[in-house]
Design a protein around this ligand. Structure first.
Ligand code: FNR
Length: 183
């Protein structure tokens, strides 16, 4: 069977290296995972006053996440944590508590930055938050120190080592999703 995976990219930047990474990852993943990019562009900052009448952009976002069977987060690291735009999206999805869209769903994560430990520390924070919200986070790590030549002009991983590393991570994710979601 196939599974619907919502992809959340933690950067709004048009030329985001994390968006490029997310696209490249979807191309090396097994066909059992069907990816749909969920936009964070229009989400307002969380404000409890908006709860009585949630903005359309928020409802669209939470509906797309609720429909998904699994999540792939691809994000930069900001000051050794997750970017506020992604934390804000996670906060919207976590409320109201009885409609927390993250609970009991499998999640995988990746990210890249020009730094040497490319998003490793930010991913620790994301892992912790998702755990608190009841998501099941795939074990292991997939962070990459970004080099411009990592992804070619067609948007694919340029070298075999990187391609195989992410392909293996996504194969593990497909098995994990299958175990949690069922056939
Ligand atoms: C950064 N950047 C960064 N990089 C890193 O490896 N660790 C970090 O803690 C930070 N902190 C940080 C804070 C803020 C506010 C900004 C704007 C940037 C650099 C970051 O990795 C780089 O800008 C990436 O290109 C951002 O990812 P996107 O937008 O290209 O996907």
């Amino acid at each position: 069977s196939t599974y619907d995976v919502a992809v959340l990219v933690g950067s709004l930047r048009r030329d985001s290296i994390n968006r490029k990474l997310a696209n490249a990852i979807t191309r090396v993943a097994p066909p059992s995972l069907r990816f749909r990019f969920v936009s964070l562009d229009e989400l307002p900052m969380y404000n409890g006053d908006l709860e009585a009448n949630r903005p359309e952009a928020v409802n669209r976002f939470t509906a797309q996440c609720a429909e998904a069977e699994a999540f792939l987060f691809v994000m930069p690291e900001f000051n050794r944590s997750l970017p506020a735009v992604l934390k804000n999206a996670i906060d919207w999805g976590s409320k109201p508590m009885d409609r927390n869209v993250w609970r009991d769903k499998p999640a995988a994560m990746s990210g890249t930055s020009p730094g040497a430990i490319g998003t490793a520390v930010g991913q620790q924070h994301l892992r912790q938050i998702l755990g608190i919200l009841g998501a099941s986070v795939l074990g292991g790590e997939a962070y990459l120190s970004f080099k411009p030549e990592m992804i070619d002009a067609q948007g694919d991983f340029a070298d075999d080592a990187t391609r195989k590393f992410l392909a293996t991570y996504m194969e593990r994710f497909a098995v994990f999703v299958h175990k949690l979601v069922g056939a």
